[in-house]
Design a binder for this molecule. Structure first.
Ligand code: GLC
Length: 524
């Protein structure tokens, strides 16, 4: 894999910093906590760490409301702590990816404080002010416009009213934001995950969004309209390319875009001539029904939509989505892990996925997420998937000596690292082995993916290059299945004891069993 840039064969590990490791007993994870767990990540075998925002923030959206793009919030530590973390990450030959939030700032950012002072303020045009609101709706419910009494205009906020949207058509905004990127690039960070990349530019005429004919009562108010004019605008691609150029000036860095769009539109974010995002996040597996034919269709559609030169990537979870094990069940989560590590390209795993962590039920008085507070009871809340990492068997699971900001949750207490580390059958051990396998078998990263089918409850595909060939099988049926195939040897299996077993002509798979079988190159 020598000829591949580092991020192409990387497995990226997303840390939600509030919940990974607390070092000072305030119940909230921090940078020194992350630093103290780096050896765990090395041992697991990942290549890069992406940390959700740690910039100064009033925490209305837990850091996705940034009040200073070039600082560290005291709840997470100091700039010195950050520098030390970065140095320790690099000393271990890991990479560090920061979260960049370009669409909006906090309403406490000095730019916005200026902007709302008067219509004539030089920063007025840094945000999107209008005399009248249009029908655009916030992702967190209700109108995306907030009236400001003092200056009698409305400002746009695609998320909370505490998160006013920046005006990226203003060259001064672009300049200031690109300087913020350079600040971190100069320190040596290895790349950025760009928050809501597809929302950065809005229609310059602020046209109303058309109604969504599929809207159903009880859904989020945003679903009432089709997001035609406030997202995925044609001009966004030029902006992404400019952002990419900022990174390219610093050499070997990676630009990742958070983009929730159908596959064809997602692909546009690679940019013409691959000058856009290196990796527009592929979220297709987050919403795919977990059946053989659906998975085969979704994987096939994604692979065939990739433009020439585009590098694939895969994601099974993040801090905005219900956890994998809760979505599809514990047994199938194991098969999903095997699937993930058998797919081509860059992989991103969400902290705790390697333990099979589950969503934690959150009592009404424990709710933290503004998305749940603003639209209660319709499944918008993200606290369940943001609960603390369980490290050991102690009271707060080794996460904190204080009271954790979100409950550890009984469902996750037993899924701790300490208990799993020594268990050869644990999810953690399985992840470690899959990571080792991927490192040892470059064909899994960059070989071709062919012969993809999803028949009779079994999903199947082949990963190969000239001298290696692996058949990947997942039984997603409720009953055992027998698959006809060439003779080979089981290289990895959800049933660990089957590894090394010879397969001749047929392989039997129990429900939710999955395996990677090495066959001789040239066979199917
Ligand atoms: C992204 C983040 C999410 C945040 C939102 C607003 O979708 O992943 O957590 O609430 O942007 O910044």
């Amino acid at each position: 894999m020598q000829d591949l840039r580092w991020w192409k064969h990387a497995v990226i590990y997303q840390v939600y910093p509030r919940s990974f490791q607390d070092s000072n007993g305030d119940g909230i994870g921090d940078l020194n906590g992350i630093r103290s767990r780096l050896d765990y990540l090395v041992d697991l075998g990942v290549d890069a760490v992406w940390i959700s925002p740690v910039y100064p923030s009033p925490m209305a959206d837990f850091g996705y409301d940034v009040a200073d793009y070039c600082g560290i919030d005291p709840v997470f530590g100091t700039m010195q702590d950050f520098d030390l973390l970065l140095a320790e990450v690099h000393r271990r030959e890991l990479r560090l990816i920061l979260d960049f939030v370009p669409n909006h700032t906090s309403d406490q950012h000095p730019w916005f404080i200026q902007s709302r002072l008067s219509r004539e303020n030089p920063k007025r045009d840094w945000y999107l002010w209008r005399d009248q609101p249009n029908n655009w709706q916030s992702h967190f419910g209700g109108s995306a416009w907030e009236r400001d009494d003092k200056t009698q205009q409305h400002y746009l906020h695609e998320f909370l009213r505490e998160q006013p949207d920046l005006n990226w058509r203003n060259p001064a905004v672009k300049g200031a934001m690109f300087d913020a990127l350079r600040f971190w690039l100069r320190k040596g960070v290895d790349g950025f995950r760009v928050d809501v990349m597809w929302l950065m530019i809005k229609d310059d005429q602020f046209r109303d969004n058309p109604p969504n004919p599929a809207y159903q009562v009880g859904e989020s108010t945003r679903s009432k309209f089709l997001p035609v004019y406030d997202s995925d605008r044609p001009e966004v691609h030029e902006l992404v390319a400019e952002m990419r150029a900022v990174l390219d000036d610093f050499g070997d860095r990676v630009l990742i875009g958070e983009i929730y769009l159908p596959v064809q539109r997602l692909m546009q974010y690679y940019g013409p001539n691959m000058q856009g995002a290196n990796l527009p996040f592929n979220f297709q597996l987050l919403r795919c029904p977990w059946t053989a034919d659906d998975l085969a269709r979704v994987i096939g559609d994604y692979m065939s939509a990739l433009p020439a030169g585009a590098w694939p990537n895969w994601v099974l979870g993040n801090h905005d989505q219900p956890r994998l094990a809760s979505r599809i069940g514990t047994k199938r989560a194991r098969a999903a892990a095997l699937l993930l590590f058998a797919l081509p390209g860059t992989l991103t795993i969400y902290y705790g996925e390697e333990l099979g962590m589950q969503d934690v039920p959150i009592a009404p008085d424990e709710i933290q997420d503004p998305a749940e507070k603003r639209q209660p009871g319709i499944g918008m809340g993200r606290d369940p998937e943001r609960t603390p990492m369980p490290w050991d068997r102690s009271a707060s699971s080794g996460f904190s000596s204080g009271l954790p900001w979100l409950p550890i949750g009984d469902v996750n207490k037993t899924l701790n690292v300490e208990s799993m580390r020594a268990d050869p059958n644990s999810m953690l051990t399985f992840y470690r082995r899959l990571l080792q396998l991927r490192r040892a078998q470059p064909v899994l990263v960059s070989g071709s993916l062919t012969d993809l089918t999803g028949d009779d409850g079994v999903m199947r595909f082949v990963r190969s290059h000239a001298t290696k060939r692996f058949v990947v099988l997942l039984n997603l049926a409720e009953q055992e299945r027998t698959v006809v195939m060439s003779a080979g040897v089981i290289t990895a299996c959800t049933e660990v004891h089957r590894e090394g077993e010879a397969v001749s002509q047929t392989a039997k798979l129990a429900p939710a069993e999955a395996m990677i079988v090495e066959v001789s190159a040239g066979d199917r």
